[in-house]
Design a protein around this ligand. Structure first.
Ligand code: PRT
Ligand code: ZN
Length: 291
């Protein structure tokens, strides 16, 4: 480990499903990150931040113990490790559900149908707590990989595993049933960070950059030209976050409209805009929104 250099330390997954999105988020915050190859610690060139590359299972504990002040990890891992850390922000990627899955030819009507069953999982703590809270007596079979193979191998009746597309379940002739936990990647921080003023200020600045990147992702910049007589009708269609900007153009009777809209609305309104007389419609990504 490097000597203390006053930098804040952020732990991210070294090589897994969250790595690319975590790095992309930081790059979108304008952080200049060196190639990390096999290094454990990498300094960011233009920011007082060191990145620690770890297995995701180790991140909550490193942050709990203050070895890293911050971390990016799935909520599922935080719950499973029961680490004492504070969740600061949901990051909108790595979304999945921890679900109990059952063979395709089985039906479950009530939670009580789980009584006396064997359920294989790599999330024994979350599953045991869930069963306990719901007063279910089932056997938790802890296995660390390829959980989906457990029923066909006869090791368990059902499984409890992360599902995103559902393809893995289908391939193993299983279907998703009860939802135990929803999860996505989150930014976590060590407790008591506010007592180290300098590091805390770096954290606040980084958080505001992350928030502005996340806000910008939700929105797009819409531009179009409209003739004067269609102006009101077109303005009525735009689901703008703030009042749209209307600019007269050199050509008489022609106006440009600029507006920030929620990204997912564009395809809902584009045909309406065209039939109302809008032309030259452009949709542009926004890098940052500082509210
Ligand atoms: O090496 P390291 O320990 O760091 O990584 P890992 O292998 O333990 O974790 P990794 O990279 O697989 O997952 C990291 C995090 O990504 C998890 O903790 C979740 O928060 C999140 N995530 C999101 C997922 C999935 N989606 C996911 N689908 N993690 C795992 N899966 C697996 C699931 O276990 C199952 O095997 O993908 C399969 C199901 O996927 P579908 O698309 O077929 O349903
Ligand atoms: Zn892991």
């Amino acid at each position: 480990m490097k000597k203390e250099n006053g930098n804040i330390k952020l732990a991210i997954q070294k090589d897994g499903r969250l790595t690319e999105n975590s790095l992309q988020l930081l790059k979108n915050c304008n952080l200049d990150i060196e190639k990390f190859n096999d290094k454990l610690v990498v300094s960011v060139r233009n920011y007082k931040l060191d990145l620690l590359f770890l297995r995701d299972d180790d991140i909550p504990e490193y942050v709990q113990d203050g070895v890293a002040e911050l971390g990016i990890v799935g909520e599922d891992v935080i719950k499973e490790t029961k680490a004492n850390v504070k969740i600061v922000k949901k990051l909108g990627f790595g979304k999945c559900n921890l679900r109990i899955a059952i063979p395709e030819n089985v039906d479950i009507k009530n939670l009580s149908d789980l009584n006396n069953k064997r359920i294989a999982t790599s999330y024994p703590n979350i599953l045991s707590d869930y069963l306990h809270n719901n007063k279910i007596e089932a056997k938790v079979v802890h296995i660390s990989g390829s959980v989906e193979a457990a029923p066909s191998l006869g090791i368990a009746d059902y499984i409890c595993d992360l599902v995103s597309t559902g393809n893995t379940l289908k391939l193993n002739k299983l279907k998703a049933s009860i939802n135990v936990l929803e999860s996505e990647a989150v930014l976590i921080k060590t407790k008591g960070l506010d007592k180290k003023i300098e590091t805390y200020n770096i954290f606040l600045n980084l958080l505001s950059r992350i928030e502005s990147v996340l806000n910008a992702k939700k929105s797009k910049y819409l531009m179009m030209n409209v003739e004067k007589e269609s102006l009101n009708q077109v303005l009525g269609i735009i689901p703008s976050l703030k009042s749209p900007t209307v600019l007269p153009l050199a050509e008489e009777n022609l106006f440009a409209i600029h507006a920030v809209i929620p990204s997912e609305k564009f395809w809902e309104i584009v045909d309406e805009l065209k039939s109302a007389g809008a032309s030259g419609i452009l949709l542009l990504p926004i890098e940052n929104i500082v509210l």
